[in-house]
Design a protein around this ligand. Structure first.
Ligand code: ADP
Length: 161
């Protein structure tokens, strides 16, 4: 059976931390689907199309990685795609507590699906999308926290420009 993992998140934007998790998980699975969750009550910095495009561009040469959007429960997306793994990254104890509850509830409801956690690389511990958004909002240089191959300017649309 094909080992398919879902990597769910908002990826607003996709950071060097996210990229590292996907690349390190790649040898573990036959296919990884990066799942952009749609949450209509959340206000995003990058529109969904821009986020999908930046991740697709980044993994353009990697046929094992796909990018999809989804409005609903991650678990339903897993079933639809025959995925039996959910991939998540862990940075801090706070991440752990948050992830633990979700993973345990998912496991209780859907025993066939395993959540797999990768610990962040030490240098990526402080990297998170909201800090990157803040830098970009004030037109600063966030390149240290973004994938090397990603030219974020291509996905940015500032108002009043
Ligand atoms: P969410 O809004 O669901 O937290 P994110 O886009 O922030 O989605 O993150 C998606 C996944 O990537 C989560 O598992 C998160 O813990 C992980 N992640 C985010 N930043 C990092 C990082 N710097 N290092 C490792 N994992 C990370």
């Amino acid at each position: 059976m094909e080992k398919i993992a879902i990597f769910p998140g908002s990826f607003d934007p996709f950071t060097i931390g996210h990229e590292s998790i996907v690349m390190r998980a790649l040898p573990l699975f036959d296919k990884i689907i990066v799942m952009l969750g749609l949450n209509h009550s959340k206000k995003y910095f990058f529109p969904i199309e821009a986020r999908q495009q930046m991740i697709e561009d980044l993994f353009h040469d990697e046929p094992k990685i796909k990018v999809e959007t989804h409005n609903g429960l991650t678990i339903d997306f897993c079933k639809k795609h025959g995925a039996t793994y959910i991939l998540r990254g862990l940075r801090t104890a706070a991440d752990f507590e948050y992830e633990r509850a979700i993973a345990q509830v998912n496991k209780k409801m859907h025993p066939a699906i395993e959540t797999v956690f990768l610990l962040t690389m030490p240098e990526h511990t402080p990297v998170n999308s909201s800090v990157v958004r803040d830098i970009l909002l004030h037109r600063g240089d966030a390149s240290l926290f973004l994938p090397l191959k990603l030219d974020i300017k291509n996905y940015l649309r500032y108002e009043n420009e």
